[in-house]
Design a protein. Structure first.
Lengths: 323, 327
């Protein structure tokens, strides 16, 4: 049994322009201790997928139209709010991109970590204080005991992200969902946070869903990768395989459009066009409007995710011709 | 050829009130502290550094969007820090800026035509057929359809808005364009389009860029030379190839070592486990004495805590300020 199994998840949002699907038929699984990279840009549905797993999609306006989310065999979509609340923390925890808006400005960081501990375990004030300090030390906050009384505004961006991690990890979750955890940070701090996440994975054996738009973060951390575009999965593969033999034209585009330090090119290979608004997605393959390989048939129907190699699947009808 | 722009000892201190409610004290936030640099005609000078290092403030100082506390800027043969308002307005024709956030930098109540035309009107053109034709040509140059002119910013995606911002910056035929993180707010699949557009426009119009960014890959791609800033100081400046192949300042080395791998086989994280530098950038309210990087530097010596290192010339065009380097 996988730690997490998402099957055919489809969600939508009620907007002023009518109901718009956010993600469609998303399926993936995650094993204990594994890091799954989820790559996507604005509107790809990667954050919606994460919030659906956490049971944090605001319903309404969001709706889950179908599918199942199983965590350790339990269907989360049928769980009561109370049971879900008990699972968040020790079962599944999440860190968000923006550590400033995710921390409560009027409570000290110590209070915020201890609140999480006491919501799930019956520990005394003194015991939970000790646990919180220990966790802060683990995530690399210097002189942790004295920082417990600091408010979020007294910390730097990197320190806030460490505090977010401490809150997420203090109940030893089996699954950590990290939604763009280093996007707002400088590259020097990003390196520190990624190091920390890898160390904590090794130490606690927790699984991580690493959501990012940065292929470098994927290359550094992921075991397997799922690429999303406009609400659908377009490719899934083990990380080395994806970088060596990307199959979907969108994945190839993503890998070649970002200038890297080890190559020189006169011109970047850009993906033409713009990301479609959720309400204005093209029929058929969502990427067809920007794809240099597109033919008429690409607009006809949504290409199914097809397994072409063991563990390597892509959703493109021309994949055999262009690979 | 003389440089298009030369800054000498450029400094910007902001007065900041610090302390508690009843013990207010004024201190100086030293955003930019004695920076000297040159920008040559037709080149792109990349400017990199962590948030809070003063790179955006320096970009604004160079075109006098903010007044300097001390120092001089000579642009196109003219000293601009002491110009009066009228003379400054005339000089502004030659230097423009593209901002990071294409959502915040455009007036939502102005159509694309009004937005791109506005600089022309400010500089004395009449709202007429000539100005409208200039907008037509500019829309074509930045890759927007002519039908875009009657539409408003909210109707466009981030990448298209950045094209509008570039059109507004170029309508006056400037010589120097300060690009302040022009692609970092855009989706990755759109960034390359804008980088290519900036390169094409530079070749076509003979523009000179100051390209401010924190993405070291993008800076390497687009720059001719690169300057590295740390806490208000330029610590290293060199030809692009020289800087990326032989980074000489420990801070530049750490920055480059922090960039994630491009392939899983070159993974730097985990197992070996030491990040290139630890800790955060110190506050510019009280920068460390001596070399400002010494608190995070793996090679710091006692002299680094007391004496500020001077710029040393390592190769022609390659300079760095570090006590470890031969003087």
């Amino acid at each position: 049994m996988s730690l997490l199994e998402v099957t055919d998840l489809t969600t939508s949002f009620q907007t002023s322009g009518g109901e718009v699907t956010a993600v469609e038929n998303i399926s993936f699984s995650l094993e204990k201790g594994e890091i799954l990279g989820i790559v996507g840009e604005s509107g790809s549905g990667k954050s919606v997928t994460a919030l659906a797993i956490m049971g944090l999609l605001p319903r309404p306006p969001a709706r889950i139209l179908g599918g199942a989310i199983r965590f350790e065999g339990q269907d989360l979509l049928t769980l009561s709010d109370r049971s879900m609340q008990r699972l968040r923390g020790p079962g599944i925890a999440m860190v968000f991109q923006e550590p400033m808006t995710s921390l409560n400005p009027v409570f000290t960081i110590g209070e915020q970590i201890m609140e999480t501990i006491r919501a799930h375990e019956s520990l005394s004030q003194k015991e939970s204080f000790g646990r919180a300090v220990e966790m802060l030390e683990k995530v690399g906050i210097a002189s942790a005991a004295t920082r417990m009384t600091d408010y979020p505004h007294q910390l730097s961006g990197g320190q806030r992200q460490r505090v977010m991690l401490a809150i997420a990890l203090v109940c030893r979750p089996r699954l950590l969902i990290a939604d763009e955890p280093t996007t707002a940070l400088d590259v020097t701090i990003q390196a520190q946070i990624l190091d920390l996440l890898m160390d904590l994975r090794d130490e606690f054996g927790m699984a991580i869903m690493m959501i990012t738009h940065n292929m470098g973060v994927i290359a550094e951390t992921a075991d397997r990768v799922m690429v999303m575009y406009a609400g659908r999965v377009v490719e899934q593969a083990p990380v080395a395989r994806l970088f060596d033999h990307p199959l979907h034209p969108y994945t190839r585009g993503l890998l070649s459009c970002v200038p890297t330090l080890d190559q020189d090119q006169d011109r970047l290979i850009a993906i033409p066009g713009n990301l479609p608004e959720p309400s204005r997605r093209p029929g058929g393959c969502r990427f067809s409007a920007r794809c240099s390989h597109a033919i008429t048939a690409c607009g006809a129907g949504i290409p199914p995710l097809e397994t072409l190699e063991p563990n390597h699947a892509a959703a493109c009808i021309r994949v055999r011709e262009i690979a | 050829m003389p440089p298009l722009l030369e800054a000498i000892g450029l400094t910007k201190h902001y007065a900041v009130e610090a302390g508690g409610l009843f013990r207010r004290t004024k201190t100086a936030l030293r955003a930019v502290d004695g920076v000297s640099l040159t920008i040559n005609p037709g080149e792109t000078l990349g400017l990199v550094g962590e948030s809070g290092c003063g790179k955006s403030t320096l970009g604004r100082l160079l075109i006098r969007l903010v007044p300097a506390t001390a120092g001089q800027v000579v642009f196109d043969g003219q000293e601009i820090t002491s110009l009066n308002a009228n003379a400054l307005r005339a000089a502004r024709r030659g230097m423009q800026i593209v901002f990071q956030d294409p959502f915040g930098a455009l007036n939502p109540r102005m159509s694309v035509e009004e937005t791109i035309m506005e600089p022309l009107l400010i500089h004395g053109s009449r709202r007429g057929a000539t100005a409208r034709e200039a907008v037509t040509r500019m829309l074509d140059k930045v890759g927007l359809p002519d039908s875009a002119r009657y539409r408003y910013p909210h109707e466009f995606s981030g990448g298209q808005r950045q094209r509008i911002g570039i059109g507004r910056a170029l309508i006056l035929n400037p010589k120097l364009v300060v690009c302040d993180e022009p692609v970092s707010a855009l989706d990755v699949s759109v960034q390359a389009q804008i980088v290519n557009l900036l390169s094409d426009l530079q070749a076509e119009l003979g523009l000179t860029y100051l390209f401010i960014a924190h993405d070291l890959g993008v800076v390497k791609h687009i720059s001719t030379r690169v300057a590295v800033m740390y806490l208000g100081k330029v610590v290293e400046v060199a030809d692009k190839r020289s800087l990326y192949a032989r980074p000489s300042h420990p801070y530049t080395q750490a920055l480059l070592a922090s960039v994630p791998a491009t392939h899983p086989s070159q993974r730097k994280r985990g197992v070996t486990g030491q990040p290139p530098i630890t800790g955060d950038i110190p506050t510019a309210l009280a920068p460390p004495p001596g070399c400002r990087f010494h608190t995070r530097c793996p090679h710091a010596m006692s002299v680094c805590q007391t004496d500020e290192p001077a710029m040393r010339v390592l190769d022609p065009g390659h300079q760095a300020a570090c006590h470890l380097l031969p003087g």
